[in-house]
Design a binder for this molecule. Structure first.
Ligand code: BYC
Length: 478
């Protein structure tokens, strides 16, 4: 690796050329990142040319280029959105003061922790998805998962840049540790729950992109409000790429819904599993699972951590600038859903400690819009079924509902009812076996597996039968 020109290898707009110390730190980290990528990145496709988008600037008119790239040669760059002149902190005790170009000593620990938590999710998701290439439903989908994977890699770079540029030796150690933890590992797991779950099939993957990547959108949007300006600018640019990941999730599930409806009509049957499809009740169980583990990612309903992040100007609310209030929240309240006795109640709580709940509610509204679009597909086929988001207390591990058993329709149920109906509400082993049977690779350009409809258009204006990934005989023999 000694002859690598890192200035060329790491496209950036952070003036790496002038920061010799930072460049050295990244030069040391990069080979280890590549080792991690080879060991934990997409298995079996490292030598293939993939039609990928690479971020090369932050120009809204053309920030990325599309080209054929072998994934290990992807140019993982460092981009911060353009600085805003005279940016001021928009909330908390420091509201109105200039944003911080450096990390204030008193917020160092908190910021480090948030950046590490964010950074940890990025490689975790790549690890979770590393086997999926082998069972892709089409070359189009294969290319899209690799696009998502390399961009999660870039988002890891984005957080590692912050750690290395602003947190000295501690930051370098954290950057190293981000490559050491492993999704699902009993001894050194990833930090947040959902990132230790398995993503064994493409239905789980599309659900993950829809629900879990969307947590990413809301967390990044809150961190984009941060008083720490480099974090704000980093997150702002990450959100540009994140949109594609949620597009993959929403359209992926939408195409499965579409295909289920087509099969239902063709065979005049609800159970399309027998005809090589994924039926709507199974889709509902996967929604229930992925939605509930993603709700956990927002933390407890009542959180003094969240209150402190806000008061100190470290993490704001979603669309802080558009909210019409005092941006300090010392006096205001927010309705929080909680458990009381055997029932679910909603109570006004101090708004400051309820910030996780508020962000979760913003997220829920966004999820609902996507579910509405899936339901519109079902309706267009004249089928009288509705997919639903379960109650927010259903199947939760974190927060007020963590200890309770709540049904999808929001009733506190006994352990006996939970056990009796669990298989109606959550994915079962039978579902997993059915899906495993469907996961047969479809690698002919323009062809799609039977359980998913083709997308409405290709990537970057290319046709659907474009060779999005150039496979070799070796791939086919595996
Ligand atoms: N699992 O006060 P609380 C993405 C811990 S996704 C395990 O309620 P707080 C992406 C918590 O750490 C976005 N532990 O929590 C998507 C705390 O620990 P301590 C990722 C959890 O601090 C797809 C304790 O419980 N970004 O980008 O208010 C693909 C008390 O909790 C969990 C971020 O998360 C959990 N689910 O909020 C690729 C943004 N929840 O202090 C990428 C940064 C809570 O007792 N992170 N705990 O040791 C944060 O803002 C906050 O850390 C959290 C938690 C919102 C996650």
């Amino acid at each position: 690796m000694a002859d690598v020109d890192y200035l060329d290898r790491i496209p950036n707009n952070v003036n790496l050329k002038e920061s010799r110390r930072l460049l050295r730190a990244l030069e040391e980290w990069q080979p280890r990142f590549l080792e991690w990528w080879q060991e934990m990145g997409p298995e079996g496709f490292q030598a293939n040319q993939v039609y990928l988008r690479t971020a090369v600037s932050v120009d809204p008119q053309g920030w990325a280029v599309f080209d054929w790239v072998k994934m290990p040669e992807y140019r993982w760059g460092i981009f911060l959105a353009e600085p805003e002149a005279d940016r001021r902190i928009g909330f908390g005790d420091h509201r109105g003061q200039p944003a911080w170009p450096e990390v204030p000593g008193e917020h160092r620990g908190t910021l480090r922790r948030l950046i590490v938590t964010q950074g940890d999710t990025e490689p975790a998701s790549v690890e979770q998805q590393r086997q999926l290439g082998r069972t892709c439903p089409s070359l189009y989908d294969l290319r899209n998962i690799f696009q998502v994977n390399v961009e999660e890699g870039r988002h890891l770079w984005a957080m590692v840049y912050l750690l290395q540029a602003y947190f000295g030796r501690d930051g370098r150690e954290e950057a190293e540790a981000l490559l050491q933890r492993r999704s699902g590992d009993r001894d050194k797991p990833r930090i947040l729950g959902a990132f230790n779950e398995k993503t064994p099939d493409w239905l789980s993957y599309f659900m993950f992109c829809f629900f879990t990547d969307r947590d990413g959108k809301y967390q990044l949007a809150s961190l984009q409000e941060s008083g720490f300006d480099p974090l704000s600018r980093t997150c702002r640019f990450m959100l540009t790429e994140e949109a594609h990941h949620m597009f993959v999730g929403e359209t992926g599930v939408g195409r499965i819904v579409q295909r289920a409806c087509e099969l239902m009509r063709e065979h005049r049957a609800d159970d399309v599993g027998r005809h090589g499809g994924i039926d709507l009740p199974m889709l509902q169980r996967y929604i229930n699972f992925h939605y509930s583990v993603s709700l956990d990612l927002f933390g407890s309903e009542i959180s003094t951590n969240a209150a402190n992040y806000y008061t100190t100007g470290v993490k704001g609310r979603y669309e802080e600038g558009k909210k019409d209030d005092d941006h300090r929240l010392q006096e205001s309240t927010y309705p929080v859903t909680a458990l009381e006795g055997d029932g679910v109640v909603t109570r006004e709580m101090p708004a400051l400690v309820a910030l996780n709940e508020r962000l979760r509610d913003d997220y829920i509204a966004d999820c609902q819009r996507g579910v509405d679009r899936w339901n519109a597909i079902i309706k267009r086929h004249g089928i009288d079924v509705e997919l639903r988001l379960p109650h927010k207390g259903f199947h939760r591990a974190i927060g007020a509902f963590g200890e309770a058993r709540v049904s999808p329709d929001g009733r506190v149920v006994t352990e006996a009812e939970w056990t009796a109906r669990r298989d109606e509400w959550l994915p079962t082993e039978k579902d997993a076996t059915h899906l495993a049977g469907l996961m047969i690779p479809m690698i002919e350009p323009g062809k799609f597996a039977n359980w998913i409809a083709p997308p409405s258009r290709g990537i970057n204006g290319q046709p659907l039968d474009f060779e999005y990934v150039k496979l070799s005989r070796r791939n086919e023999e595996r």
